[in-house]
Design a protein around this ligand. Sequence first.
Ligand SMILES: Cc1cc2nc3c(=O)[nH]c(=O)nc-3n(C[C@H](O)[C@H](O)[C@H](O)COP(=O)(O)OP(=O)(O)OC[C@H]3O[C@@H](n4cnc5c(N)ncnc54)[C@H](O)[C@@H]3O)c2cc1C
Length: 317
Amino acid sequence: MAQSSEIKHDLIILGAGPAGLTASIYANRAAVDTLTLEQGNYGGQMNLTHELDNYPGFSAISGADLSAKMHEHAEKLGCKFSFDIIQSIEKSEDEGFRLKSSLQTYKCRSLIIATGATPRPAGFAGEETYTGHGVSYCVTCDGFFFKDKLCYVLGGGNSACLEADFLTRFAKKVIMIVRKDHFRATASHVKKVTKNPKIEVLYDTSVTELTGDGTLASGIMLRNNRTGETTTETYDPGSFGVFVFTGFIPNSSLVTGLVKTNDNNEIIASETMTTSVPGLFAAGDVREKPVRQVITAASDGATAATSAALYLGNLVI
Ligand SMILES: Cc1cc2nc3c(=O)[nH]c(=O)nc-3n(C[C@H](O)[C@H](O)[C@H](O)COP(=O)(O)OP(=O)(O)OC[C@H]3O[C@@H](n4cnc5c(N)ncnc54)[C@H](O)[C@@H]3O)c2cc1C
């Protein structure tokens, strides 16, 4: 299909998770001509969690509701959004940026990458085969399908704890598989799972394989990481689920050849969200940072938009 003429804006924000949505609000308030592009749902990963209880001002809110509130807020202020899937980004000769989708080319003088992160597969044999057929990365999306069934939750961090606790609303029992001899979650999250009578924790354990007929899983192989001993549990085909919360991969592939990243492909940005490329800023989970949360993504978005506005000459501080 022939591409239509270029769409030009001073600033483009790629991604409308909490980082991108906040950046769009701050850019709008600084009177910067801005377009925010999103390929999926407004709110990004927030849509994957049933409840957030650590975003100030909301003692308990579903991820979908907070996403809708942030998007409504931005739209009310007049922020512009478009749905598109950007497939390539290049720096153009006049020092701006050119973003291409299959349908459209966008041009901007400054760019904020707020593309977030994607759940990291745990890496056991059969994981890909049974994804969507017993293996899931989202309790909010798939927990309901495991009503009164046994579920395994892989991971020992905050997300694993919160989601395991939530999963007990549906599942008859949850077995948490923790690689080490301890959780790496905050005390309140650990308490949630250790006090929940429907949750059993297997420490020092990894899943090595899911077995079955290629459509429905019927066996799970576990390894004791201290002794190396393996055991296989077998069930009726399709009668159990495996939820994976073992980290994230930054969505930085569009700019890895352009901008400085670390060994994990996270974009390196300064306190002002400035990257190694003039005019290119990074915000949220896509950048190297110690705390990946909604509040820190929103904070990054505010800072990145302010820096972009300064770069474009719209702000005098
Ligand atoms: C299960 C789970 C539970 C969580 N619980 C909490 C919690 O309780 N409290 C908390 O504070 N945080 C929680 N988090 C973490 C929090 O959701 C993230 O830190 C936060 O959403 C990161 O925001 P972001 O804007 O950087 O990225 P994301 O939320 O990942 O958003 C990035 C957006 O960019 C879009 N995008 C990517 N590539 C492109 C492209 N090429 N073109 C167009 N758009 C693109 C994506 O579709 C997405 O909408 C949880 C995360 C998960 C997965």
